[in-house]
Design a protein around this ligand. Structure first.
Ligand SMILES: C[S@@+](CC[C@H](N)C(=O)[O-])C[C@H]1O[C@@H](n2cnc3c(N)ncnc32)[C@H](O)[C@@H]1O
Length: 314
């Protein structure tokens, strides 16, 4: 059996893609903590023997690698949108895990009711327009009464992510940094607990909800332990506002304003980058001019002409 300690570590760019700083010890530590969080949330009599488990958004296996031993007695799958991460995992741990590359839009090549357990660390915290479709796709591939552990970013992280403090009652779901590349942290989706219970709760019984926060100076996401409900729903059913919930219209209004400010901030920082790039290009052109008009450039012109003719002849 290949123990996790025998698996190599993915290269720097794949480690950084799933979180900073990306050095091997912190990468390993976060993966271990996710494993511990999952084990702590599962029922006391849980056993992996003979189970089918999916790591949704596995990256290059930061958490999955810590289940290499259990993968000897259970079927462990990992899926991700990132080609390079799945290719790396296939090469180094393909004999241990079943791996799938998926698209941003929902769709996993797995049979209905296949998994006993799905876990998603720091994935729904980044999904925007396809969150509901993915939640239902996972619902489809889970067996009835199957369990899912998914992490979420609550409004306690709004000051950090949106640059402003937001009250739990004023937040439903809001997306910050939509379209931001993954190596810069990707987009971030903030949800409040009341909203999560109302919307995710339509497809799953919410068995446990642990708020996130700061532990030893590090951000720890909230966790939701969910059990599949036997319901037949479409994405719109999960998205629609909770009837009679007075916080929904307030949250929608707040989300709109926060997202307008977020878009303006991103546009301003892009404009600043473009200005910096233009200045560098101007400086480069100016130094080229200095070279082209120099005496030595003019004196060596016949040599360059000779070299060009020689290249053409070859
Ligand atoms: C912050 S990383 C977390 C990775 C891993 N769960 C862990 O804890 O190490 C988020 C991961 O979700 C993946 N991802 C984003 N959208 C996805 C989607 N629609 N389906 C599957 N994976 C997705 C990203 O490519 C990335 O690897």
């Amino acid at each position: 059996m290949v123990a996790q300690t025998e698996l190599p570590y993915p290269p720097d760019e794949l480690r950084r893609r799933v979180g900073q700083p990306g050095d091997v010890p912190s990468y390993d530590q976060v993966g271990k903590e996710c494993r511990d969080q999952l084990l702590a949330a599962l029922p006391a009599d849980w056993s992996f023997s003979g189970r089918r488990v999916l790591d949704f958004g596995c990256g290059a296996g930061r958490t999955l690698r810590h289940f290499a031993d259990e993968a000897g007695e259970a079927e462990f799958w990992g899926c991700d949108v990132d080609d390079a991460s799945i290719a790396w995992l296939r090469e180094h741990a393909g004999d241990r895990f079943t791996l799938r590359r998926v698209s941003d839009a929902p769709g996993l090549d797995a049979p209905d009711g296949h998994f006993d357990l799905v876990y998603a660390f720091s994935v729904f915290t980044h999904l925007s327009e396809h969150w509901a479709g993915w939640m239902l796709e996972l619902h489809r591939v889970m067996r009835d009464d199957g369990l899912m552990l998914a992490t979420f970013l609550g409004p306690e992280f709004a000051a950090e992510l949106a640059g402003e403090h937001l009250e739990e009652d004023h937040v439903g779901m809001l997306v910050l940094g939509a379209g931001r590349p993954w190596d810069e942290g990707g987009p971030c989706t903030v949800v409040s607990r009341w909203w999560l219970e109302a919307h995710w709760g339509r497809a799953f019984d919410v068995l446990g909800l642990e708020p996130g926060g700061w532990v030893d100076g590090r951000a720890r996401q909230g966790t939701a332990l969910l059990r599949k409900r036997k319901v037949d729903l479409c994405a719109r059913d999960l998205e629609r506002p909770e009837p009679g919930e007075p916080r929904e219209p307030i949250a929608l209004q707040v989300a709109q304003n926060v997202m307008i400010r977020d878009t303006a901030r991103i546009a301003a920082s892009q404009a600043e980058r473009i200005r910096e790039l233009s200045t560098s290009i101007e400086e480069l052109s100016a130094s080229r001019e200095v070279v082209y008009s120099s005496r030595s450039w003019r004196l060596t012109a016949p040599l360059r002409g000779f070299a060009a003719r020689a290249r053409r002849r070859r």
